[in-house]
Design a protein around this ligand. Structure first.
Ligand SMILES: Cc1cc2nc3c(=O)[nH]c(=O)nc-3n(C[C@H](O)[C@H](O)[C@H](O)COP(=O)(O)OP(=O)(O)OC[C@H]3O[C@@H](n4cnc5c(N)ncnc54)[C@H](O)[C@@H]3O)c2cc1C
Length: 397
């Protein structure tokens, strides 16, 4: 079994085939070459991430996210969609020769996948999904339009969240495997986004006749599947954020140590030292929280949904603030494209929208709080019964 440091070394080795010019070219082309995630698969990295199972492989997921986002945030985004949603769904739910064969292809990077949940009427609230799956001739007719889909321009398959024909319940959704080169499927175009330019974000429309085994897992519980898979994506986003903030902070510290203003270095200014120290402290807290969550999930073989939401919520806000601070410390240079901070600043912002918005995650954390707590419920009841003013005896005036 290879160690975590060997796993990281393997990713770095694979990435050494590319340099800054390649990363810049991907940004300019607004697409990640399909060959890049394919090469990660060919190097055996997806197999290693998954060989100890979804939770058992979390330390490798974290390592992969952190290494990839140092090269390109867009690469990390596209790769995580492929690994954590596409492979994650197949690893969990695949049955029958075609789906099991597709899992092997996905692990080897021969088939690349993305995730299609969002639509015009359903972003935060996936219960509103309008895409329909109708049983037809022993197979399915899948009809709908998905928006804001990462890497849809270079992926081969999309895992689609769709509403079943004649649903018995409003949340009667299922997951389907849609080949993006299938007749009746068209990628309509791509959105101009603020950041993460190396990964395209597009819209796809489909009215496709699919075989029976396009259905992934059991019908009617697709929302539950998607919600579980999103826990892995959220954890991956946390790892990417922490990796990105680490890069930004080290860059700012190096700059502050090397830039002199008269007799003093920028690093000698107390206001700067303290801001950098506060960023470092905040980042250490996030790192140890991530480690704690990963260790707990590995031990219990369970993803703690509320705690992952809480970490993504705080990591998103903290890391956007940390990168903003590091940009401040570089002065005008931080704002130019000669330094990577303006790109990191733009890239990090998606984390507060994608994979669950701050507001949705806050609601989720709050729902975990809103539970019976015998000790404190009782204490509040007792305190409220004696919640009276002290009686002050007034004198005769
Ligand atoms: C770059 C990028 C890549 C993406 N990649 C993918 C992808 O690969 N696959 C995919 O399926 N989707 C993807 N998305 C879509 C993303 O998941 C959605 O944008 C996100 O879920 C929010 O949905 P929405 O944009 O429709 O916002 P809406 O749901 O319309 O929300 C609008 C605002 O209302 C708030 N809000 C909503 N519900 C509540 C509530 N209950 N309480 C309080 N406030 C609320 C939201 O927080 C938000 O501030 C991507 C988006 C972007 C920008």
């Amino acid at each position: 079994m290879i160690s975590e440091s060997d796993f990281r070394a393997q990713i770095r080795d694979m990435l050494s085939a590319y340099d800054e010019k390649d990363f810049e070219r991907w940004e300019q082309e607004r697409h990640l070459p399909r060959a890049v995630p394919a090469a990660l698969g060919a190097a055996g990295l997806f197999r290693r991430r998954w060989e100890h199972g979804p939770e058992g492989g979390l330390p490798r997921l974290v390592a992969m996210c952190q290494e990839l986002c140092q090269a390109s945030s867009g690469l990390a985004l596209a790769t995580m969609g492929h690994s954590e949603i596409f492979i994650g769904a197949l690893h969990w739910l695949a049955g029958g020769p075609r789906q099991l064969g597709l899992l092997e292809e996905a692990l080897d990077g021969r088939a690349i996948g993305c995730f299609g949940a969002t639509e015009e009427q359903s972003g935060s609230n996936l219960v509103n999904v309008q895409t329909t799956a109708v049983a037809e001739d022993g197979g399915w007719r899948l009809t709908g339009r998905k928006r804001f889909i990462s890497n849809v321009g270079r992926a081969d398959y999309m895992v689609v969240l769709a509403r079943m024909d004649s649903p018995s319940h409003v949340a009667d959704l299922s997951l389907f495997l849609l080949p993006l080169d299938h007749p009746g499927v068209s990628v309509d175009g791509f959105f101009e986004t603020m950041g993460l330019h190396a990964c395209d974000v597009g819209q796809v429309t489909f009215d496709a006749k699919l075989p029976a085994d396009a259905l992934l897992g059991n019908r009617g519980i697709g929302l539950l599947y998607a919600t579980h898979l999103l826990q892995f994506e959220r954890l991956a986003i946390c790892a990417q954020l922490i990796g990105t903030a680490d890069v930004a902070l080290r860059l700012a510290v190096a700059y502050a140590r090397r830039r002199s203003l008269g007799e003093q270095r920028v690093m000698d200014k107390q206001a700067v030292r303290h801001r950098l120290a506060a960023c470092r402290a905040e980042l250490w807290n996030l790192e140890s929280r991530l480690e704690h969550l990963v260790a707990g999930a590995q031990r219990d073989r369970r993803m703690p949904a509320h705690e992952i939401s809480a970490l993504k919520l705080t990591a998103g806000e903290s890391v956007c603030r940390i990168i903003d601070t590091t940009m401040q410390i570089l002065g005008a240079r931080g704002y130019t494209r000669n330094f990577p901070l303006e790109r990191l600043w733009r890239d990090a912002r998606l984390s507060r929208l994608g994979g669950g918005t701050d507001e949705v995650l806050s609601d989720m954390v709050a729902s975990g709080l809103d539970r019976h707590d015998p000790h404190f419920d009782d204490l509040v009841s007792r305190l409220r019964t004696s919640d009276l003013p002290h009686i002050t005896v007034m004198d005769g005036n």
